[in-house]
Design a protein around this ligand. Structure first.
Ligand SMILES: [Zn+2]
Ligand SMILES: [Zn+2]
Length: 148
């Protein structure tokens, strides 16, 4: 019903944080890094939204600076993880499950595949990238030791 680049609505579990964003594509990526897994209870599935994210009322938006180059935002009321942001690039990776509508979503990429625990595995055929490959592709200013 809607194509890439269109603005979509979403919210946290309790509805205190509502947003709109225009994902570049409907391609979903999963991150298996240890920080995403601890944060979300599993792989973090999201969509690249560039800098299109607009929060309706950010008074209930909590922000955790998880590394030198990134922060993670959540609802202060219900705790729903909402997005990961590269602060220098204003790049937003928004939770696929926070969007109200999943029409056209396609699961295409898995990142930090080497950190995925052995107890689960997606059956989807995806492009799998290691953390090093992700850093090479997105080139944060200080690649290496830390996780995203
Ligand atoms: Zn909430
Ligand atoms: Zn991650």
């Amino acid at each position: 019903m809607s194509g890439a680049g269109e603005r979509m609505t979403g919210s946290c579990l309790c509805g205190a944080v509502r947003f709109t964003a225009a994902p570049k594509t409907r391609e979903v990526a999963a991150c298996h890094c240890s920080m995403c897994r601890r944060w979300t209870t599993g792989p973090f599935l999201g969509l690249e939204c560039g800098s299109t994210l607009e929060i309706a009322d950010s008074s209930q938006l909590g922000v955790y600076r998880s590394s030198a180059w990134a922060e993670r935002a959540f609802c202060k009321q219900c705790g729903t993880p909402l997005f990961y942001r590269l602060v220098d690039k204003n790049f937003y990776f928004v939770s696929a499950e926070a969007f109200d509508d999943h029409a056209g979503f396609v699961f295409v990429t898995q990142t930090f595949i080497e950190e995925k625990p052995g107890y689960y595995e997606f059956a989807n055929k995806t492009h799998n990238m290691t953390g090093a490959e992700v850093f090479a592709a997105f080139a944060p200013s200080s690649p290496g030791q830390a996780e995203p």
